[in-house]
Ligand binder design. Structure first.
Ligand code: ZN
Length: 94
């Protein structure tokens, strides 16, 4: 058994958090980027259809929610748009 505090290379925000939780409103999924739970549906998550070996198609949701998807998987895409430089870098410091 591993020591809880010894997990150095976990991808998850909190390794102790379950990936999915069941709420009154249904199943929610943990976003690995923001660490929040969001309802597991197309509104909050990108997904892709994966064909299984038995011919069935399975819906796979991405590990990061829509809000975080670009941040996590396409850093170059959002960097320019959202880069917030400190006032010091802009030369606006008093
Ligand atoms: Zn997120």
């Amino acid at each position: 058994m591993k020591d809880q505090h010894d997990n150095k290379t976990v991808d998850w925000v909190d390794a102790n958090k379950p990936k999915y939780i069941e709420t009154e409103l249904g199943r929610e999924k943990l976003c690995i980027q923001c660490g929040e739970y969001w309802p597991l549906d197309d509104e909050f998550w990108w997904h892709r259809n994966v064909k299984l070996v038995n011919g069935q198609v399975s819906k796979r949701y991405e590990a990061a929610c829509k809000c975080c998807y670009n941040v996590r998987y396409k850093p170059g895409k959002t960097k320019n748009k959202n880069s917030i430089r400190s006032v010091y870098e802009k030369g606006e410091a008093a």
